[in-house]
Design a protein around this ligand. Structure first.
Ligand code: SAH
Length: 651
């Protein structure tokens, strides 16, 4: 399962019957989950799961209720194969709050339904139920109102982007959404991409602060996406919630030995005075010689903040409102707090936005007679939020086009992703897998490189990005482009993380529609000379024809590239009999599928386009009724009768 279920670890699966345990075995193996069963079942279940070397099966002693109480706090998610009612009774005494409880999912014993029972949003049970359902081919049962409306849950909206939940009436706003009432969105920070991928008829109204022609309906609730601590500014008569994108960089300069307490109080005071939200802090920025300053280190550890440090030479080059000659004499730059805040903020500038002076609060000096040291604080605002997440790229092959020809792992990966990028036709084919709130970007077929760059940009920023290609993504697909681009960018092989999900390539799907043409050695040749010189393609065609490879021709012909397929035919005719079987398969497994079995000398009479794969048989390939069959080997092949004797190799 690799990266797929990482966010739910450690994961515990629980079954109390052999059938229930069996239902969970394959999931436990792929998800790295521990399967817990009663002691009496251990032997039976271990035998059933014997071939799975990676499987961890453990027995609990005593009551399941006690066992759950023991492991509850250490786990990110629980998957039960038990009656839902029994699970409710078991977990009831353990539940505390939806913001802290683990995800609880129930799989029915027949494997038809996967129920998100508890902690659907913040605990991730809805998402886990969707992922398990994809794997089992089951139906996810999600009973939250937003799932029913096809809307992103308001308490999950900013999670992919690292936004923090602030103050507010979360239940009130969720209830307004569930009733279909108008919800006003006011967003002054953070990514707005999520706004453009909402289902039709959604209840959100976007307050953009512009002159409006149409007076919007009275909102019943409000979502404020801001770096400000709005409650201090104006209390709201309607339910209101706050999301805080992490856009504020706090620059710090301090005397050696300044206490953590003083630094903390100083930040709190600056934020309070200027009505800024502490939850919008992306991180702390300072000069590199302060990297070991104990007060700063302690504060960042407690507040879970990153520290960005910069050398004096960098800071010196940044224009600031309040430079100081004393500071310059001491550390080699006229500004630490202001310059470091700006420098950190600039790391998250948006290339599409004009550079602006990002300094929000110029430096403020704090001292406290009872605390050692002195500290200066400045705050800069970055254009893009800091997600605090490490991105992931899923490079996914979607198969020929029909959903049931796509692997469950690939389907799960699409469901999991925060963003899905691909050519519009392929995105349409996988539309049923997409979920509300996902960023979906389809680009025209020609812009493959831009697609790869965009995917890397989003992953570098912390998102889980699915890049989809038809067929297999590593066969004339996006996987190569993305990896090449990563290599060019000096990628370390780890961040962003990459996982490749194979798919059924066009040559396999085309072959399956006509029989077994690929039973012996075969090769694939793309006739597209956009990226490969024609002489090279010609050389490969000749070599394949001479070596008697069964040959799959990809990209055989486009509106403008019409000659290549004729040359390919001529080359093969020099080395193979004119009656050699050829299959022309267009749009395999799609609604407009068309299949023709013909011969080498005549195949160019059949319409061929960019959605076609041409399969040329070898010298022993034969047709039988509507089927194309290549014998397993040459040795036992009787050329006269066209029949093969007993195979001599194990198959
Ligand atoms: N990554 C894809 C190939 C992309 S190149 C794969 O592994 O299948 C695009 C070419 O693939 C098309 O020009 C056509 O030759 C072939 N192709 C893709 N989908 C096809 C389908 N459903 N039926 C027949 N050929 C297909």
């Amino acid at each position: 399962m690799g990266l797929l279920l990482a966010e739910f670890q450690p994961l515990a699966a629980i079954a109390t019957t052999p059938a229930g345990a069996k239902r969970l075995l394959s999931f436990c193996q792929s998800a790295d989950a521990t399967l817990w069963v009663p002691e009496s079942l251990l032997d039976v279940v271990k035998t059933a799961g014997e071939q799975n070397t990676r499987l961890t099966i453990k027995a609990y002693t005593g009551s399941l209720k006690d066992h759950l109480a023991n492991i509850w706090a250490d786990h990110g998610a629980f998957v039960f194969s038990l009656a839902a009612g029994a699970v409710v009774r078991l977990i009831a005494p353990l539940l505390q709050h939806k913001s802290t409880d683990p995800a609880v999912v129930v799989v029915d014993e027949t494997g038809q339904f996967v129920i998100s029972l508890c902690s659907g949003h913040q605990g991730g049970a809805d998402q886990l139920a969707r992922l398990i359902a994809r794997q089992l081919g089951a139906t996810p049962v999600l009973t939250g109102a937003s799932a029913g409306l096809g809307l992103p849950a308001v308490d999950m909206l900013g999670v992919p982007f690292g936004w923090q939940r602030g103050e507010g009436d979360w239940t009130g706003v969720s209830a307004a959404v569930a009733r279909g009432e108008t919800v006003e969105i006011f967003q002054e920070a953070g990514l707005t991409l999520w706004q453009s991928h909402l289902p039709e008829g959604h209840p959100f109204y976007f307050e953009r602060g512009e002159e409006r022609e149409n007076i919007p309906p009275m909102p019943h609730a409000q979502i404020r996406i801001t770096f400000k601590d709005q409650l201090l500014i104006s209390p709201s008569p309607i339910p209101q919630i706050h999301w805080h994108p992490k856009v504020l960089w706090v620059g710090i300069g301090c005397e050696r030995g300044t206490s953590r307490q003083l630094i903390e109080t100083a930040i709190q005071q600056v934020f309070k005075t200027h009505q800024l939200a502490l939850k919008a802090i992306a991180g702390i920025a300072t000069i590199d010689i302060k990297a070991d300053e104990v007060g700063i280190i302690e504060l960042c550890q407690d507040w879970h903040l990153p520290v960005k440090t910069f050398p004096a030479e960098t800071l010196r080059g940044i224009p600031v409102p309040t430079p100081s000659t004393i500071v310059e004499a001491e550390v080699g730059t006229p500004s630490v707090a202001e310059a470091a805040a700006i420098a950190a903020g600039n790391q998250f500038s948006n290339p599409l936005m004009p550079a602006n002076n990002s300094l929000l609060i110029p430096k403020q000096i704090y001292r406290d007679p009872e605390q050692p040291g002195a500290v200066t604080i400045a705050v800069a605002q970055s254009q893009q939020e800091y997600t605090g997440r490490t991105g992931t790229l899923f490079l996914i092959g979607t198969g020929p086009g029909k959903l049931d020809q796509m692997t469950p792992a690939a389907q799960t990966a699409v469901t999991q992703a925060d963003a899905v990028i691909g050519y519009s036709l392929y995105i349409d084919l996988i539309a049923p897998l997409l979920r509300a709130g996902q960023i979906v970007e389809s680009l025209p077929i020609t812009q493959e490189r831009q697609r790869a760059e965009r995917a890397i940009e989003l992953a570098n920023w912390g998102l889980t990005v699915a890049v989809v290609s038809s067929g297999d993504c590593g066969i004339y697909g996006m996987a190569g482009l993305v990896l090449e681009e990563l290599r060019a960018l000096g990628w370390d092989g780890k961040v962003p993380a990459v996982q490749v999900f194979p798919g059924i390539s066009a040559l396999q799907s085309a072959a399956s529609r006509v029989g077994a043409p690929l039973m012996h050695d075969f090769c694939a040749i793309s006739l597209s000379d956009l990226l490969t010189p024609w002489e090279v393609i010609e050389k490969r065609l000749t070599a394949a024809a001479m070596a008697d490879f069964v040959t799959a021709l990809y990209n055989p012909r486009s509106l403008t590239r019409t000659e290549q397929i004729v040359s390919a035919q001529q080359i093969f005719l020099k080395h193979r009999h004119p009656s050699t079987p050829v299959a022309i398969v267009r749009s395999a497994y799609r609604e407009d599928e068309e299949i023709t079995i013909t011969t080498l000398d005549k195949f160019n009479e059949i319409p061929i386009n960019m959605l076609t794969t041409v399969l040329i048989g070898n010298s022993s390939t034969r047709t039988h009724a509507d089927w194309m069959i290549t014998p397993r080997g040459y040795l036992g092949f009787d050329a006269e009768s066209g029949k093969e004797s007993t195979p001599r190799e194990p198959i």
